[in-house]
Design a binder for this molecule. Sequence first.
Ligand SMILES: NC(=O)c1ccc[n+]([C@@H]2O[C@H](COP(=O)([O-])OP(=O)(O)OC[C@H]3O[C@@H](n4cnc5c(N)ncnc54)[C@H](O)[C@@H]3O)[C@@H](O)[C@H]2O)c1
Length: 324
Amino acid sequence: MELKKIKNDISRMYSKAMVTGGAGFIGSHVIEALLDTGIDVVSIDSYIAGKEGNIAQFEKNPHFKSVRCDVTDYETLKKHFDGVDVVFHQAASKKNVCIRDPRLDLKVNGEGAFNMLELARDKGVKKFVHASTGSVYGEAQITPQDETHPLCPVSYYGVSKLAGERYVKTFDHLYGLNTTVLRYFHVYGPRQESGEFGGVIAIFARAILEGRNPTIFGDGSQERSFTYVKDCANANLFVAVTDGTKGEVYNCASGINVTVNELAAALLKLLGRPDLKPEYKEWLIGDIKKFDISNAKLRGLGFEFQTDFEEGLQNTLEYYKTLF
Ligand SMILES: NC(=O)c1ccc[n+]([C@@H]2O[C@H](COP(=O)([O-])OP(=O)(O)OC[C@H]3O[C@@H](n4cnc5c(N)ncnc54)[C@H](O)[C@@H]3O)[C@@H](O)[C@H]2O)c1
C-alpha cells in the first residue's frame, strides 16, 4: 500500500494519537509520520532514555503535545487519554538495562503495558498498536522464523516484553480491544542512542567517527535483520488502518540479513577509515546468534519495506556526522 494512502487513511479514521516512548528513537519517528497526516499527537515519555532533542523539532506544531509521564503511573497517565483514539505503545525498559535492573523491565514492560491497555479499554480507544521485539522468540529453533515460532525468550528483557504482548492479547480477547502487535528486529536510523545502551549501527558509527575501533562482542558471525526506522514507523501506521490486523502479531523486519562483521566492514568503508579494525570481546549474556526472520505475513497484507540497506546506512551516517 502506498504511503500516501496510509497517511490519508490515518487522518480519515483517527483524530488524536498517543505515542508512548515518544522522545525515544522509534517513537519520535512514529510521531513524525503521524504529524504528517495532520492529526493531533500526544507524546508520553519518562525521559529515562528519551531525549528532548528527539522531539524538539515538533514542539512548534500546534497538533503536537509532549508530556513527561511514566507509563507505570496509572493516575497521571489517565489524565492524558482524553480524546485519544489510537495508541502506539513504544515505551519500554530496554535490553541492556535489564541485566542491571531486571525488575524495572518487568515493571515498565509488563505493568506499564497493562496500564496502557486498561486505559485504552476504558477510554474507548479504537486501535492499540504495540511494539514488541524479536527477543520474544529466543534462539531460532525453526527457520525462517515466522510468527508461529515457539516463544522462548532467553533474556529478562525478552520475558518482560512477552508479558506485555500477552496482556495485549488478553485485552483483545476479553474486551474486544482492537490490538496489533509488531515484533521489531534491529531497527536503526537517525536519533538512535549511540552510547552504551544504543544500537550496534549507532555505536559503530560513533566509534568510527570518533576515530576508535568498533568493538564486536563474540566473533562477529552473529546475523542481524536490520530494519530502517522510517519503515518501522510506517508499519505502525499501516497496521492501524488495515483491515484484518485485529488480534494479530506481525514480524516487522526488513528481511535484509547482515552479519556484525559485514556491518563493521561496510561502515569502515563508507566512512573511509581502512586504518581502523574491529576489536573482539567476549559474547554478551543472552545474545542471539542468528536471526532468519520471515516478514511474509506483514508483506502479505500489502506492506512494503522501502529502504535498502545502503540507503538506510547513508541516511544514518549523515545524521551521526552532524553529532560526532
Ligand atoms: N530499537 C530496536 O531495534 C528495537 C527492537 C525490538 C523492539 N524494540 C522496541 O521498540 C520500542 C522503542 O524502542 P527504541 O529503540 O525506540 O528505544 P528508546 O529507548 O529509544 O525508546 C524508548 C522510550 O521509552 C521511554 N520510556 C522508558 N521507560 C518509560 C516509562 N516507564 N514511561 C514512559 N516512557 C518510558 C524512554 O525514555 C525512551 O524514550 C520498545 O518497545 C522496544 O522494546 C526496539
